[in-house]
Design a protein. Sequence first.
Length: 606
Amino acid sequence: MPLSVAFPQEGADRSLAAQGLVRSRRLVAALLAAGAVALGVAAYRVQVHSLSPHDRALGGVVAYEAFVVAGLVAWLRRPANRLGPLMLAAGFVLLARQLRYSQDAVVFTLFFLLSDLGFALAGHAILAYPTGRAEGRGPRMLVKVGYATALLFPLAVLVLHGRLSALLEMGPQPRRSLIELNDQPQIVEVLEKTETVLFFGVLATLLIAVIVRRLVEATPRARRMLAPLLLAAVALALRAVYENVNTFVNQQPLAYPYLFWWQVVAFIALPLALLAGMLRTRLARAQVSGLVLELDRTAATPTSVRDAMARALADPTLELFFWLPDRNTFVDVAGAEAPLPVESPRRTVTRIAHDGAPVAAIAYDPSLLEDPVLIEAAGAAAGLALENARLHAETRAQLQQVRESRRRLVSVADEERRRIERNLHDGAQQRLLALALALRSAQRRAGGHTDAEVERLLAGSVEELQATIAELRTLSRGLHPTVLTEYGLAAALAALADRSATPVTLDVFDERLPPAVEATAYFVACEALNNVAKHARARSVSIAVRRDDGVLLLEIVDEGAGGARAGAGSGLQGMADRVEALGGSLHVESPVGVGTRVVAEIPCEQ
């Protein structure tokens, strides 16, 4: 990662300024905490004085103090994120909301006007989680409508406030609005019910729908971060039911007291869950700090670096790509050339450079962008390991090139075999057959008109031609048998077993495979049977072919003399090279006097 260097004095000045800012922020937080305690005590006393039950008054205060506590911690930990101030404001306004129970006209008017603003702030915090900003046109519009509803309806109620309307179950004593213009109790009742339907019915339902949509559309990592929103949906639903029952049901149901405590518990847990989810990145940063130790203990291979970074960032979908300057391209952890993923709402790519030169690129879940420092810290922690892993990737890429080159050579050789076989079959072999037929025809026409010597020469020539044709046929089958191309490995091995001098037992599945795989397995079997015929002196041979998890397993076993070795220049070594060119392996077990077992493992996907 690029490094920045600060002069000592400049660094000291910045450090002193940062320390001063932290002290100021802590002082403000202490004052706010003291204010929240005082406001909570006042809210509790006002409610109790208005004949509210002590336990319910205390439960409401505790629920709203939870917003203050979570907001203060979030603001101190992440001052640049607006979520902390939003939760803090929601807590203060919800606490102040309880002062609307006051008999004082000024206090009642002011805090009744702000009574529902706290719920709008809480909804804003939910929509802004975890970045501190409500993203998207729909959520932003929902926030605006929520604020407008929370301010306009209480204002209209205060303007048309009827003193005898027993407004909002505030006790037996009526409150006086300082901004009352006309006493319209019927209109006030309609406004209260309309606000309940709109605020705690329509808007709450839309907010829950937004939460569900975010969870459904989120990536797996983002869905884990958005889990607290499920609790938000429960809290909203409970509050909506509570408010609607309180407004529209004349006789409260048996579960009504429990409903109050359920929504209090949900409102206590909600800000704490939002805070915990917001501060997950603190844990992630701690995991990133341990990334250096983990990479120091393990070999810095591309795969190990990728896995370590994925664990540290809690993103199992993370991918690493390494820049190869000689090839001017990126490769994946396997060394194969790979283009970088296209940036999308579900994928983000960051390039990592060292001394200005590109080293690697990370493709990861966009939810990590909520803390950009996290990716930078992970890249810096893994900087040296990434450089070493890039060298590993470069070596793997070179090895991949060698493998691809060997595979191409095998393919070219097989194609050349087929071409020679076709030329022999269609060219020399056909001409020799024609010549043999001509000699036979001459021999028949001559009949008894030639002497015995000429007759013997003609007969010998025909036999020699037939022997030559048979050898050409054997040679062409050895180059590339037609039955292998037309009917597959099973038919070719059956034909090979029929021509073998040693009895062969076959156990082969009848399924076509890629041509290169069939040709390699066939020629391994040919070489093994040739070795049995020349050296093993075995009474029988067994050939088994099966497919296991995308790999062709070819096993050839004899009970001969043993002692076979895949040494330099031997036929088995040539077959081993051919198998390895396809990414497979060849194993030879041949104890002296026991027999030989040849096992070829060839990947079927070519």
